[in-house]
Design a protein around this ligand. Structure first.
Ligand code: IPE
Ligand code: IPE
Ligand code: MG
Length: 265
């Protein structure tokens, strides 16, 4: 797991080393019209099902089915990292039948798709806590991470039992446990204690399902992310709308607090 047992070895990820910086944008490489890291809040599965008179779990199943297509489109466009928000720390508060169904769906998906993702050269990471998952699921998560470790294609971060506040607190606790002196705590050091130590910050965050909120997703990492939101429910997000999100990103001016655009633009 990439849990808080220590940061991933970012030296294997040249892309991460060259990732966008919150400050010092002069150091950042040429601003590309294509986001390097896209993160998606995949919301609206329940409503998708309810609109069809189906149980909510059918919506979650349809939501999982939508992921490979989105992954292919983004990888085809040159996106290097995709983070998908599958289950938040707060989602445990849903009725147990829904939670159990989603957890089972995770297990099924890992069993069904591990080889497919590996064949596609995707590198998979779990971001979030593993403690509440069963031994079987944890093993399946470890298996997919190990199996795809040397893959060189798009990096897929699956945020499951993920919460931004909890991630920040865990990083703070880890810094204290490591005995890091207060004056040595820098943004970079802190970032390397997060689940996303192996990635640059997200350039573009897409939220489907119409809500205009962050719902505890990538709170630290999203400091200068661009947002795209759509009322389309996650299972209905088609290639054309995904292209619209990418086009919208391509037309933004990122200033990172400065008054001139990113120098690469
Ligand atoms: C997002 O869809 C998936 C999870 C949060 C697990 P929802 O289940 O939140 O769908 P809506 O928002 O109720 O439609
Ligand atoms: C956010 O959706 C979490 C995921 C998509 C996994 P929610 O449906 O849980 O968010 P809220 O409750 O509407 O903020
Ligand atoms: Mg929702």
């Amino acid at each position: 797991m990439t849990a808080h047992t220590g940061p991933a070895d970012s030296s294997q990820f040249p892309a991460a080393r060259a990732g966008p910086k919150i400050r010092g944008q002069v150091e950042s490489p040429v601003h590309s019209a294509v986001p390097r890291h896209v993160a998606i809040i995949m919301d609206g599965n329940g409503r998708w099902a309810e609109q069809r008179g189906l149980p909510r779990l059918s919506g979650h199943r349809e939501g999982v089915n939508a992921i490979p297509r989105v992954l292919d489109v983004l990888a085809g466009r040159g996106v290097e990292y995709l983070t998908i928000y599958a289950f938040s720390t707060e989602n445990w508060s849903r009725p147990s039948s829904e939670v159990e169904g989603i957890v089972e769906l995770l297990h099924e998906t890992l069993q069904r798709d591990t080889d497919i993702l590996n064949e596609k050269n995707v590198r998979v990471f779990h971001i979030g806590n593993a403690e509440r998952l069963s031994q079987d699921i944890r093993k399946a998560v470890e298996r997919i991470q190990d199996m795809t470790r040397d893959n060189t294609g798009i990096v897929l971060n699956v945020a499951f039992d993920y919460g931004g506040r909890q991630e920040i607190l865990a990083a703070v606790r880890q810094l204290i446990r490591d005995g890091v002196p207060a004056e040595d705590v820098t943004e970079e050091l802190f970032s390397h204690r997060l689940f996303t130590a192996h990635c640059p910050d997200p350039d573009l965050i897409i939220r489907t399902g119409g809500e205009l909120r962050i719902s505890n997703f990538l709170l630290w990492q999203s400091a200068y992310s661009e947002y795209f939101h759509t009322p389309t429910l996650w299972p209905d997000l088609d290639d054309a709308e995904l292209e619209r999100a990418l086009d919208s990103y391509g037309n933004r001016q990122r200033r990172f607090g400065n008054i001139t655009p990113d120098p690469g633009e």
